[in-house]
Design a protein around this ligand. Structure first.
Ligand code: NAP
Length: 266
């Protein structure tokens, strides 16, 4: 592609309304999770939605189409299985408008103390929470580079910055720290293709990833560490993701945005 063609493509895609583009969201199957809240918010803002989860998301896709008059399509894949991810994104790409945004939200928790950790547990968590982000990003970035436009946001955690300290322990912190490194390196490499790459580091958010629904006692204990006097809700993270996927965030890249009620100030 020569410089003139690149400039034309940039102009074309920057001018596109979200309705002409697709946002891929991983990890949206969980009924009270951050992924579902993000997919619904992006659809409300006019994005077409591609859903990828280890569990089926057909019902959510149908709900999005009915409620927001956008296109939605779902594929089932384990993010830690690179060939399956590539096939799944191929399907999303053939069913939907150009892939312009990616929210890497799929993830697993791991409360096992380090001295009780098995090799299988270490690899399960790293494979899903770090390698999975790389596999999905790599495949979607190939499409974004072709269109010379993209927005990528991946979910890290304050656990990466504080050395754990919440529910999940060592491999989770390591994987989420890796997401921050991956984000910075990709921001640098993909920047020339008009692609921004950012991370979000949530603090405690009321989903079921910390071993099930949060009891009032656990909410009180978790809130004690915060500056904002409440546990976060999925919408708190979804709205930050939506901003970082929007054209309004075009001068922000390589950044890690904490959505954590003041848990980690740096
Ligand atoms: P969640 O409700 O458990 O959602 C995680 C989603 O990822 C689920 O739909 C899950 O499917 C899916 N998933 C798990 N393994 C997968 C795989 N191998 N391939 C594809 N999809 C997979 O948890 P959440 O709280 O919304 O978490 C979303 C993200 O935020 C995660 O990356 C998490 O680490 C991060 N985060 C959460 C918090 C928090 O306090 N909630 C804090 C910091 C960071 P199944 O349900 O079928 O397993």
């Amino acid at each position: 592609m020569n410089a003139d063609t690149a400039a034309e493509n940039t102009a074309d895609h920057a001018a596109d309304a979200p309705g002409a583009r697709t946002a891929v969201v991983t990890g949206a199957a969980s009924p009270r999770g951050i992924g579902r809240a993000t997919a619904l918010l992006l659809a409300e803002q006019g994005w077409n939605i591609g859903l990828l989860d280890i569990a089926p998301c057909d019902t959510l896709a149908a709900e999005i189409v009915a409620a927001y008059n956008v296109k939605a399509f779902s594929v089932t894949a384990d993010v830690s299985d690179e060939p399956a991810v590539r096939t799944a994104i191929d399907h999303l790409e053939s069913a939907l408008p150009p892939l312009a945004a990616l929210a890497n939200i799929a993830g697993v928790s791991s409360p096992v103390p380090y001295l009780e950790l098995t090799s299988d547990e270490w690899h399960r968590v790293i494979n899903t929470n770090l390698n999975g982000v790389h596999y999905v990003t790599r495949r979607v970035a190939e499409s974004m580079v072709r269109h010379n436009y993209g927005r990528i946001v991946s979910i890290s955690s304050t656990s990466a910055q504080r050395g754990g300290g919440t529910y999940s322990k060592t491999p989770y912190s390591v994987a989420k720290a890796g997401v921050i490194g991956l984000t910075r390196a990709l921001a640098r490499e993909l920047g020339p293709h008009n692609i921004t790459v950012n991370a979000i580091a949530p603090g405690p958010i009321a989903t079921e990833i910390m071993g099930g629904p949060l009891t009032p006692e656990r909410r009180t204990a978790l809130t004690a560490d915060l500056v904002v006097n409440r546990i976060g809700e999925p919408h708190d993270v979804a709205s930050a993701i939506a901003f970082l996927l929007s054209d309004d965030s075009s001068y922000i890249t390589g950044h890690t945005l904490n959505i954590d009620g003041g848990l980690y100030m740096h």
